[in-house]
Write a protein that binds this ligand. Structure first.
Ligand SMILES: [Zn+2]
Length: 326
């Protein structure tokens, strides 16, 4: 199994000899989509001793901070009856795994859980969780967010009810019965490389978004629009954000990013142009970096790379490995 960097290590040059991988993509759970067809029978199994429940509140996951692990609870009458948005995630280790929203649990029940564990934003702990827990956490967070934001029918405003094991919601108006499915917003995230014609060291383009903190530099990204392919998104966004035309677009991998509902689709692309015209509303700074620039500036603290659990980091480290191997 591929193993990522442990927390806090700068893995820029991959000296720890781990295999580069994209976090949140180790999907060990068998989704057992065929069970969703019999919704009522499936949801009754949430009470089984063979089932486990992953609790959430709002956008928070329940975490054991001491062990840095995601909490799975045994079903109890109180937990099942007082939680909402029951959703079947799949089968793992011969157990059915369900996700629930505990926001409306009685205070006494919630405080009992909180005595031992904490409801935490996944962005604060994601890099520390093991691969299975990390994947389960993004899965449950994304699905529960969708439930919370789709309680009314978009067509007629009547309340919806959960169907297909929590993977659809159906309008309760008999005149409508509109079915809606979880929405995912694809975004292209791109590492642009430039190979100078004078034979000097290749460079990559990294920028700082207006909402980023400190010295963080990341790859550029943008959401796919209606009627657009991902390749078109790459070309349009790079021209909008950095003012450069790109070509030789290569798919590098994807990552679920439920903050709140994205799918990040990673690419490498090349540009002959180096003069940048930044989109000020989105990007405050951007520049071209050689591998040597990155290593020196990260070591000195002058520059911080994107979060360790992001596909942006994966793209940057993959590019460094690629250039070093040339
Ligand atoms: Zn409706």
């Amino acid at each position: 199994m591929a193993v990522g960097p442990t927390n806090g290590q700068i893995s820029l040059t991959n000296q720890n000899n781990y295999t580069l991988y994209i976090p949140y993509t180790e999907e060990f759970i068998n989704r057992r989509a065929e069970l969703r067809r019999n919704h009522d029978e499936l949801m009754s199994r949430i009470n089984s001793e063979q089932s486990v429940i992953i609790p959430t509140t709002e956008d928070l996951n329940l975490i054991n901070q001491k062990t840095q692990s995601l909490i799975k609870l045994k079903p109890s009458k109180s937990l099942v009856e007082n939680s909402r948005n029951h959703s079947f995630l799949g089968e793992l280790d011969n157990r059915l795994v369900f996700s629930v929203d505990c926001s409306h649990l009685k205070d006494s029940e919630l405080s009992k859980i909180r005595q031992t564990y904490d409801f935490i934003d996944l962005r604060a702990v994601g890099s520390n969780l093991n691969a299975i827990d990390a994947s389960l956490a993004v899965y449950t967070r994304g699905l529960q967010y969708w439930h919370r934001t789709h309680i009314f029918c978009a067509r007629c405003a009547t309340p919806t009810r959960i169907t297909e094991g929590g993977h659809s919601r159906t309008c309760t108006s008999p005149k409508c019965e509109h079915i809606t499915y979880p929405r995912i917003a694809p975004a292209a995230i791109v590492l642009i490389e430039h190979f100078p014609t004078d034979g000097s060291a290749p460079k990559c383009l990294l920028g700082k978004g207006n909402r980023s903190w400190g010295n963080v530099r990341s790859t550029l990204a943008g959401f796919t629009e209606v009627g657009e392919s991902l390749e078109e998104t790459v070309k349009r966004e790079m021209e909008e954000e950095a003012g450069i035309k790109v070509y030789n677009i290569r798919y590098m991998g994807s990552q679920p990013w439920p903050f709140p509902s994205s799918l990040m689709v990673g690419f490498f692309a090349e540009s002959n142009e180096t003069e940048l015209v930044l989109e000020e509303e989105e990007i405050s700074e951007a520049d071209w970096y050689t591998v040597e620039d990155l290593e020196r500036q990260v070591a000195s603290g002058e520059l911080v790379l994107s979060r360790q659990d992001s596909i942006a980091r994966y793209l940057i480290e993959s590019w460094i490995e690629k250039i070093k191997a040339l």
